[in-house]
Every structure is written in structure tokens, then in C-alpha cells.
Design a protein around this ligand. Sequence first.
Ligand code: ARG
Length: 282
Amino acid sequence: MKKSLLKKVAVGVLAGVIGLSFVGCGKSRVENTKDASSKQVVSTTLDKIKESKKLVIGTSADYPPYEFHKEIDGKDTIIGFDVNIAQEISKDLGVELEINDMKFDGLIAALKTGKVDMVLAGMNPTEERKQSVDFSKIYYTAQHAVIVRAEDKDKYKTLADLKGKEIGAQKGAIQEELAKTQIEGANVKGLGKVTDLVLELKNKKVDAIVVEVPVAKFYVEKNKDLAITDATFKIEEGEQGSAVAVKKGDEAFVNAINSTLDRLIKEGRIEEFVVKANEQVE
Ligand code: ARG
């Protein structure tokens, strides 16, 4: 009797100790993780870049003059004004530049998993994206345009004229949302690459596609059977223009990117890159 009581007491005390130590552990563990992760996020990307002497950017090279493929000296090369900006950032960091070309809708995931260090893809800093990544300052602003087949240009003058039509937009791009919310009854088809959207339009699989104005100008210039309409979209003030995306909390890296952007903006280099990229587009 006495013995079993003692046992019970002992077990009770032991349970209490274990319980307490769990509480203690849990608490300090939370604090540690918080501390460690915030420190990690602040320094790792820049450290990693400097250690590997390489800056890896993610882009979707289907967006001339921002980024596109071109054969230079017999070699397939990715060029464009985003690439020029990335080159300046890597130059300022004193490292090599590596470009990772993928579908636009895979870019944010690639950034979050560390497959790329930053995304330069004519990306608008939308509120939704800001929930999962951080952005640099805006380096370039452009409106959005609707491309149709040249023979339909007179038919589609405004967004209202496109009511209930098949509209193509890049998957994951804000144009998908713009088409859905600003073209009544639009049947929006999202594709991974803009080059495929252009084919869909030419092949009458969609009636119109939505891309940024400079991109629209390029595709229309290259495809005489296509034309830009006068239709325009309303866009949130803060979501206009392109910015560089980085991992959330990557403050030191954003600061480094912003200081390169400040320099380029001050020296008028971005405009120069845009003009050059437009000339390289054929
Ligand atoms: N500006 C649009 C967005 O942020 C589309 C960008 C598409 N970029 C590209 N490289 N394909 O959603």
C-alpha cells in the first residue's frame, strides 16, 4: 500500500518534471527558431551569392523587349532590358550572372524554394504577390494592351466589344486577372508561354490576348496579321510597373538591388537598355 502510493507520487512528480521541461523546451525552441530564421533570411541570399560568386535569376524569356531569346553568333542567348539590369546588379555585387528560363507561373515558387536568387521578369508588385515575396522599387512602367487579329481590329475597339470572347493571357500573370475582371463574361485561357498565346491567336483558338504594351508592339511588328486595339485597362496605383522579386524578408539583398536600380535610374541607363533591347528585337 505504502509502496504503491510512493510509486504514484514518484510517477506524478516525474510527469510534472517532464511536463515542465516540455514547456521550457517548447518556449525556448520557438524563440530560437524565430531568431535563427530572421537572421538567416536577412543574410543568406547575399552570402550565398558571394560565396558561389554567382547570381541566379529566374525569368520567362518570352517577353520582348524585357527578356527574349535571340541567336547571337550562332548561339541561343537570352537578352532584353531586364537582363541588362540583372547584369548591372551582378556587376555591382562582383559576381557572375546565371539565367534560369522557365514558365512565368513557376517563378515565385522557384524563388521561395531558393532555386533562383531573384526574379526579373517584368513582374508587377501586386498585393497578392507581396504576401509571399518582397519587391525592389519599380524600375519600369508600362500599360497593358489587347492584341487581336488584324482583320478584327475594327470589331474590337474597347473592352466592352470583347464581351464573352475567348481571351488569352499568360498563366499566373496579372493580365489573366485583368481580363477576368474587366472584360465582361470573358472566357480566359491561361498558357505558360506568351509565344504559345500568339500562336493560339493566329490559329483562331482565342479572339484576343493581353500583354504589356511594349511586348504587344513587338509581336505585332513581327506578325503582320496581328494588331493592337485601343482598349485599355484600369490598374491599381501601387501595382503598376515592374519590380525585382526576392525572398520574403531578404532586406539586405533588396537594399543592394535598390542601390543598383537607383544608380541606373539616375544615369538614365534603363531607358537606354529599353531602346537597345527594342533595336535587338527583329
Ligand atoms: N507584368 C505581368 C505580371 O507581372 C506579366 C509579366 C510577364 N513576364 C514575362 N516575362 N513573361 O503579371
